[in-house]
Ligand binder design. Sequence first.
Ligand SMILES: Nc1ncnc2c1ncn2[C@@H]1O[C@H](COP(=O)(O)OP(=O)(O)OP(=O)(O)O)[C@@H](O)[C@H]1O
Ligand SMILES: O=C(O)C1=C[C@@H](O)[C@@H](O)[C@H](O)C1
Ligand SMILES: [Mg+2]
Length: 178
Amino acid sequence: MTGPRAVLVGTMGAGKTTVGRLVADRLGVGFADSDELVEAEAGKAVQDIFVEDGEAAFRALERDTVARTLAQHDGVLSLGGGAVLDPATRALLADHAVVFLRVGLADAVKRVGLGTGRPLLLGNVRARVKQLLDERTPVYEGLARVVVETDGREPEEIAAEIVAAVTATTAATTEEES
Ligand SMILES: Nc1ncnc2c1ncn2[C@@H]1O[C@H](COP(=O)(O)OP(=O)(O)OP(=O)(O)O)[C@@H](O)[C@H]1O
Ligand SMILES: O=C(O)C1=C[C@@H](O)[C@@H](O)[C@H](O)C1
Ligand SMILES: [Mg+2]
């Protein structure tokens, strides 16, 4: 298979960046994070892109960055929480080992704190996280080959589960193809 060995999706605070890095280390492969790639491309932080250029400009950059990275990167890729809202991105993800990191409202709110650096959480953080979880959970579930529960669990434990699941999925796919 070409492209990333695992693509991590989920809402803000699911732990995609934290756990994705650990999964890449365990697999001995590179790690990429779409928010970090977009920030490097734009030369500014996500929150500044939202404020100065608007969400539509961020989403366009995100879509192009994710498409390029899915084609070129063969390590672990963590996506920004809203990347899957784009239909073209969803279509590209159909060919990949998508891992959904599930988090409940209480743990997500604890993890994002005041929501600093996350422009979509401005205002009432708990209400915004709940709304995003309600709207997006079916989208994440629809794309996922693997679903991992993260509530009350340490990042290392979650990473170990992902490595085992992705290794099993890749072995099954290779067997089917041969
Ligand atoms: N399983 C976990 N248990 C406790 N804290 C966690 C866990 N996973 C991540 N965290 C913490 O929660 C915060 C958010 O994690 P992280 O930035 O990895 O989330 P994310 O899914 O990448 O969010 P975003 O979509 O905003 O990029 C960080 O401070 C991180 O250390
Ligand atoms: O859930 C979202 O829509 C977002 C999540 C973050 O990863 C960033 O991509 C940005 O803050 C938007
Ligand atoms: Mg992240």
